[in-house]
Each structure stands twice: as structure tokens, then as C-alpha cells.
Design a protein around this ligand. Structure first.
Ligand code: AMP
Length: 226
């Protein structure tokens, strides 16, 4: 039988790349330093300067799952990921703060020269490839456009180029990826940014430990007033 009765440190789930990098200044604002970069160390559990806070590095689309099941107390995930997760787990996560990081937009894109407006007007059934099937379904339903959605897990840009789909729904930041693949954005669906999500039970049982982090993140992510 284990005699270790120390409480587990607070655990925050993050994905590598842009979300990790843009979270570092928020942690710093809360007085927390992270000494390791998961891109280099390949570690999946990362200690911080706060002995009561550790980070776990997971796939972006897995962040809501770790937090909802309580394997992480809190996490950071894009609105795109949260919309897809919420479709199967409504109300599972507490989302207190839009952190205004990892900003981009969800958009419809087609091959250069494809007349999207005409295709939509004609009422033809569009084939749309995307990882974001829930957001895409809601968007086209609201427009009254019939679509066949094709679920992909990456490299959506390829689909219109090889005849898999007429259009894609994907995240666009600079637009360089679309341009490099001879695609154009024809419709914006919604702006995207990352949000802090918190496990509902932890919010009650570990509120005293969570609150300073929530407060610091809230202050640090507030848009500057002009
Ligand atoms: P860009 O070439 O800058 O328009 O970036 C587009 C590519 O980066 C696409 O493959 C997107 O799926 C991905 N991307 C852009 N912004 C984000 C973001 N905030 N989170 C995750 N992926 C993103």
C-alpha cells in the first residue's frame, strides 16, 4: 500500500508549438518559469518553478479530454478544438477565459478559379473536406447549403487539388499555406483564439490553488486598451 499522501501538483495540459510558446508569457505573469522546451527535451511531463504546478504535453485535440476526465486540472485549447469536443461532451468543461493567444480564423477555401459563389447559388451539393466537421456542419446548415462532409485529420489543403473535395474548412493565419497550394479563402466562419479550460471538480476542490493562476492569466491576456 502506498504511504505517499502528498497531493498531486496542479496539472496543466498544453500542446506543443504555438500554444506552448504563447502560454509562456502568461505563466511568467503568474510568476512561473518553465525551464524546458518540449520540442527539444521530448519530455511529456514538465516541471515548473512552482512545485505545485506541472505541465503535460498532449496533442491539441486531446487537451479537452485530459481536462474533462481530471487527468489535468486545467488546460489551454483553441476554440476550434473546443467546438469539436463539445459536440460529444456538452458542458463538460468550464471555460473561464479567452486568452487571446494563437489567434487565427476558421475559413472556407477553394482551388483558385473555382466559382464558390456560383456553386452555392446553384444549390449543388458541395463536397467539403475538414478536420472541423462540427463547426463546418453548423456553418453550412446556417447558410442553408447542402454539403457532404469528408473528415480528414491533416493536410486539408490537398483535398481540392486532387479532387477529393470542392472546398475545405481550415484554420488560416497568414494565408501562406493556402497560397502555396493555389487555394483561396472565400468565406470566414469565425475568429479563433485559445481559451483556458478547467476541470469542473477541480474548480471546487482546488479552488484556492487555481484562483491565483486564473487571476494572473486573466490580467495578462486582457487586450490592451488603446
Ligand atoms: P498560415 O499558412 O499562416 O495561414 O497557417 C495555416 C496552417 O497553420 C494551417 O495548416 C492551419 O491548420 C495551421 N494553423 C494556423 N493557425 C493555427 C492555430 N492558431 N492553431 C493551430 N493551427 C493553426
Amino acid at each position: 500500500m502506498s504511504t505517499d499522501v502528498r497531493p498531486r501538483p496542479l496539472t496543466m495540459a498544453l500542446s506543443k508549438g504555438r500554444i506552448f510558446e504563447e502560454t509562456l508569457p502568461l505563466l511568467e505573469a503568474a510568476g512561473i518559469q518553465v525551464s524546458e522546451n518540449p520540442e527539444q527535451s521530448r519530455k511529456l511531463i514538465i516541471e515548473t518553478s512552482d512545485p505545485n504546478l506541472r505541465l503535460i504535453i498532449v496533442r491539441a485535440s486531446d487537451v479537452p479530454t485530459y481536462v474533462e476526465y481530471g487527468a489535468a486540472d486545467l488546460g489551454i485549447a483553441g476554440k476550434d478544438v473546443l467546438i469539436e469536443h463539445a459536440a460529444n461532451h456538452p458542458g463538460g468543461l468550464y471555460q473561464p477565459i479567452d486568452l487571446n493567444i494563437a489567434k487565427c480564423r476558421l475559413a472556407v477555401a477553394v482551388k483558385n478559379g473555382f466559382d464558390y459563389a456560383a456553386a452555392v447559388k446553384q444549390g449543388a451539393r458541395l463536397r467539403v473536406a475538414t478536420k472541423y466537421t462540427e463547426a463546418a456542419r453548423a456553418h453550412f446548415a446556417a447558410k442553408g447549403v447542402y454539403v457532404d462532409l469528408i473528415k480528414l485529420y491533416g493536410s486539408m489543403e490537398l483535398a481540392p487539388l486532387v479532387g477529393l473535395a470542392d472546398a475545405i474548412v481550415d484554420l488560416v493565419s497568414t494565408g501562406n499555406t493556402l497560397k502555396a497550394n493555389n487555394l483561396v479563402a472565400v468565406e470566414d466562419i469565425m475568429p479563433i483564439s485559445s481559451r483556458l479550460v478547467v476541470n469542473r471538480a477541480a474548480l471546487k476542490t482546488r479552488q484556492a490553488e487555481l484562483q491565483p493562476i486564473l487571476d494572473a492569466f486573466e490580467r495578462a491576456s486582457r487586450p490592451a486598451v488603446a
